[in-house]
Design a protein around this ligand. Structure first.
Ligand code: FAD
Ligand code: NAD
Ligand code: SF4
Ligand code: FES
Length: 803
């Protein structure tokens, strides 16, 4: 029997966790297709608060990059929303005209921000805080405007407000109730929080009900029920969320507040499941990841025919991600006649702790200023432990977990609340899988991969478990989370032990995973190719675009960018490009930044035919290799030109094309210091002078903008080739995988690089090794045209079932 078709709507945190769990249980059961409305792979929504507060970047929030989907054979459609489900024929329909049949369907559509239904709420400058787009808009607005108002003094509103202050805006927080975070904090803790946040620059407008947002096109203020007003250039609505259930409702799936599911996460319709913030279980809709991940485990079991556990609901604990604020809250907040509380309130130290007890069981926790006991108390609450013997104040004065206390921390104490990971699991990962960093622990166990608050404790557990060994490994940059070895150690072992395949490297060097991961497989493939000039490339270990020899675009189509050496073309080639573009109806023909012409929007199955009809070599616009050599028109035509930049550029491109390098390499050749080819921001930039050339290195025109350093002046083109060759080979042999030349030179020092490249013996040796490597390369597009097995393996489109 073939694999069943599993379709998931929503590519967010809860949904993708279900897929990860399914892959762990049985990776052969399903062909998986995911639709995500946002144009990104799965990212950590929680960290958006930290992006605003400047503690992390958008790139760092990505939890599963495109390579992950590719290597797990998941078909992902980003920027594409499902608009209709036919639950009888079992088909979903997208807003891009696609329809896909399913055997099983997961709804993981998350929530939408609750936008107050007041006049003016649709004005420019009024946003929610839910996704990367909102975050980017706040960052952009802060560059132009000064005054922000956040509506809602809950978790989201306060984190947004802190972020906007960090971005330099003046921020008012409008709150409807008497106390901030009234769902999580009692009056005392809330007052302490307000005081702290005021000191951090927030201004609060309490007990204010918004009735109108004013302004013409763009918002300029808010009017309240009591007649007062406040100015605003930006309004962020953070007054709660609502489950995103419209699609389910319209498709006949039973919806109350959320999509109603049973203990196996099944909806009322067969083969349809719901998970995450869109789901309602036993009348509760959750808005934190910990319960959603618990649901995810159960749904994965349900879908893998291991339906032996039920989801019975969760008790949640919350913390606020604002630096300088330490708080924790879980369960009930307010005392009543049936409960008693133990309270510690130290106004001098700004510490407040309250535990609510009913019938000898903890039913609520509020901690402010010192949350070290949160895990211990939360575990007691969750496990409904009898606490009749511990009702003195000392109960709240244990001091909690610090480095010294790791030894006494019980093995089953939860360390990572978001992912439900206890100390024992982390210690096992360190001892049995050999992990030594917080990131590696995350790769192995998921601990620390969500809000990240547990990372310091994980670090302490690593230090405690490794003892002296910790000092040795601390700070070491390992290749990835599957190994404790650094790049240099791995390369040294490959050389010393004569390891020749990726499998062999992983096996001999005790990798913690059988198959490696999307970080180490391409890196090992590169290292082996760098060490052995006759290495047989493992294509499946390459990054997605390199494996396909084409760049995947955000809608799942590909681009084709043939070589145009030195940016020089012919009428014949232009005609061919135009003919192919017309015949295959390409969506876009574009002159790229690298002086060539790209054809965008081709389907995977069309690629070999397009390549064949073009009959041009690959431009490697997707590769960790030499991309382009940009040239100016030079002495052949320009009146300022002192040298023939075009010929030199074309010759350089022909000599070094296809060379595997740790990261992409760009070059430029200008025929005079006016530098029309922008050689000063290239990995290697050559500038013509009267009677010679200047060679610049380590320039970068991308995210890490850097002007190139002058490496040397030479007289002849032959010297340019010799120096450039040695420089590139030395970069190949010593850089970290995915390290650009700019960072590599900064790390090694220009003087060191000069010493190597200007040493005649070393330079010759480097060039000999380089020539051997260059001799092994074949033209990849031509290979795909000629070899039908390559076509079948990589360029046949998996048929999406038709109805
Ligand atoms: C700024 C911020 C900070 C947070 N901080 C914390 C925290 O510290 N701790 C914590 O536990 N939780 C936190 N949360 C909440 C947590 O992020 C969510 O609980 C979690 O992301 C919900 O996961 P989900 O998969 O259910 O929904 P989402 O992550 O919202 O994913 C749903 C996805 O489905 C897509 N989608 C919707 N409809 C369709 C459709 N028709 N077709 C295709 N795709 C569709 C959406 O575009 C979205 O990408 C925070 C949330 C925010 C916004
Ligand atoms: N650190 C974290 O755990 C964290 C951080 C951010 C978001 N989240 C999650 O994201 C979701 C959304 O967070 P949220 O804070 O928007 O939701 P929320 O429902 O917890 O808080 C909304 C707040 O807005 C207030 N409010 C409601 N109407 C208002 C009005 N008209 N004017 C002013 N204030 C008004 C409410 O009194 C409440 O305090 C929640 O599920 C939350 O758990 C969690
Ligand atoms: S760099 Fe100098 S030679 Fe080249 S095109 Fe510009 S002005 Fe002319
Ligand atoms: S507690 Fe949130 S990631 Fe560990």
């Amino acid at each position: 029997m073939g694999k069943k078709q599993l379709v998931m709507i929503g590519n967010g945190m809860a949904g993708v966790r279900v897929i990860e769990e399914i892959l762990k249980l049985d990776s052969d059961l399903y062909n998986i297709t995911i639709f995500g409305k946002e144009p990104h792979p799965n990212y950590n929504r929680i960290q958006l608060s930290n992006v605003l507060q400047g503690n992390t970047t958008f790139e760092e929030t990505i939890m599963n990059d495109l390579t992950w989907y590719e290597s797990n054979h998941i078909q992902l459609f980003t920027g594409e929303a499902i608009t209709r489900i036919d639950t009888e024929k079992q088909v979903v329909f997208s807003n891009k005209g696609r329809h896909v049949k399913y055997d099983e369907l997961i709804l993981a559509t998350g929530s939408l921000p609750f936008i107050l239904p007041v006049p003016g709420a649709d004005k420019e400058g009024v946003i929610g805080f839910r996704d990367i787009q909102d975050c980017a808009e706040m960052i952009q607005t802060a560059k132009q405007y000064k005054k922000a108002v956040v509506i809602g003094g809950g978790l989201l509103g306060l984190e947004a407000a802190k972020g906007l202050i960090h971005l330099g805006m003046k921020v008012d927080v409008v709150h409807l109730m008497e106390h901030l975070m009234e769902r999580q904090l009692d009056a005392i803790a809330s007052t302490m929080l307000k005081k702290e946040l005021e000191q951090q620059g927030m201004n609060f407008l309490m007990e204010k009900a918004t009735v109108e947002l004013t302004g013409t096109d763009r918002v300029d203020g808010i009017r309240f029920k009591d007649g007062t007003e406040v100015e605003a250039d930006l309004v962020v609505m953070a007054a709660g969320i609502k489950p995103n259930v419209e699609l389910a409702k319209q498709s006949g799936i039973y919806v109350n507040r959320g999509i109603v599911v049973n203990d196996f996460m099944e909806t009322n319709l067969p083969h349809v499941y719901a998970i995450g913030e869109c789901a309602e279980h036993r009348e509760i809709v959750y808005g934190l990841v910990a319960p959603l991940y618990e649901q995810g485990k159960i749904l994965a079991q349900t879908l893998c025919n291991q339906k032996d556990q039920r989801y019975e609901g969760s008790i949640t604990g919350t913390q606020l991600k604002v630096s300088g604020v330490d708080l924790f809250s879980a369960g009930e907040i307010y005392d009543d006649e049936s409960s008693k509380s133990i309270v510690v309130h130290n106004e001098y130290e700004g510490v407040y702790k309250k535990v609510l007890i009913r019938a000898h069981r903890i039913v609520g926790i509020v901690l402010y200023g010192d949350t070290k006991d949160s895990n211990r108390l939360f575990k007691m609450l969750n496990e409904k432990q009898d606490v009749s013997d511990c009702t003195s104040i000392s109960f709240l004065q244990s001091g909690g977990t610090e480095t010294n206390d790791i030894a006494t921390m019980p093995a089953d104490e939860i360390v990572c609340g978001c992912n439900g990971i206890n100390k024992e699991t982390i210690v096992n990962a360190i001892q049995q899988d050999g992990v030594t960093t917080v990131e590696q622990v995350g790769g192995c166990t998921n601990a620390g991969r969500s809000c990240g608050r547990c990372k310091p404790v994980i670090q302490d557990i690593i230090a405690y478990t490794l003892g002296d060994e910790f000092a040795h490994t601390a700070g070491k940059k390992t290749v990835c989370n599957c190994t404790t070895l650094s790049r240099d150690e791995v390369v040294e072992e490959i050389n010393e032990k004569g390891l020749t395949t990726i499998k062999e490297v992983m096996h001999v060097l005790n990798w913690s995973t059988d198959e490696g991961c999307s970080k180490c497989r391409p890196a090992l493939n590169y290292f082996l190719g760098m060490v052995y000039p006759d290495y047989r490339d493992e294509r499946d270990s390459r990054l997605v675009n390199e494996k396909m020899h084409a760049n995947i675009q955000k809608d799942g189509t590909y681009s084709v960018i043939p070589r145009m050496y030195g940016g020089v073309t012919t009428a014949k080639d232009l005609r061919k490009l135009a003919d192919v573009a017309e015949k295959y109806n390409v969506q876009l023909l574009k002159i790229t930044g690298g002086q060539r012409i790209g054809l965008y929007g081709l389907e995977k199955g069309q690629l070999p035919d397009v390549w064949e009809e073009l009959g041009m070599p690959s431009g490697y616009a997707y590769g960790k290799t030499l991309r382009t050599v940009k040239t100016c028109v030079g002495a052949q035509f320009c009146r300022f030109g002192t040298q023939d930049s075009m010929s030199l550029g074309i010759e350089l491109e022909k000599r070094f094309e296809r060379l595997d390098t740790p990261h992409k390499v760009k070059m430029g050749v200008s025929a005079c210091p006016r530098n029309c080819a922008e050689a000063g921001i290239k990995d290697v930039g050559i500038v013509g002078l009267d009677g010679g050339w200047e060679i610049y290195v380590a320039g970068n025109g991308g995210t890490d903008l850097r002007a190139g350093d002058l490496l040397c002046k030479v007289k002849t083109e032959e010297e340019v080739f010799e120096i450039t060759g040695a420089y590139l080979q030395y970069y190949r042999e010593t850089a970290l995988y995915l390290e650009r030349t700019s960072s590599w030179v900064d790390r090694l020092g220009l003087e060191h690089v000069k010493e190597v490249v200007f040493n005649e013996e070393k330079r010759n040796e480097l060039n000999i090794r380089l020539s051997k490597t260059l001799a092994r390369y074949e033209e990849p597009w031509q290979k795909a045209i000629e070899d039908s097995s390559i076509r079948d393996a990589y360029y046949t489109t998996r048929e999406i079932m038709k109805v």
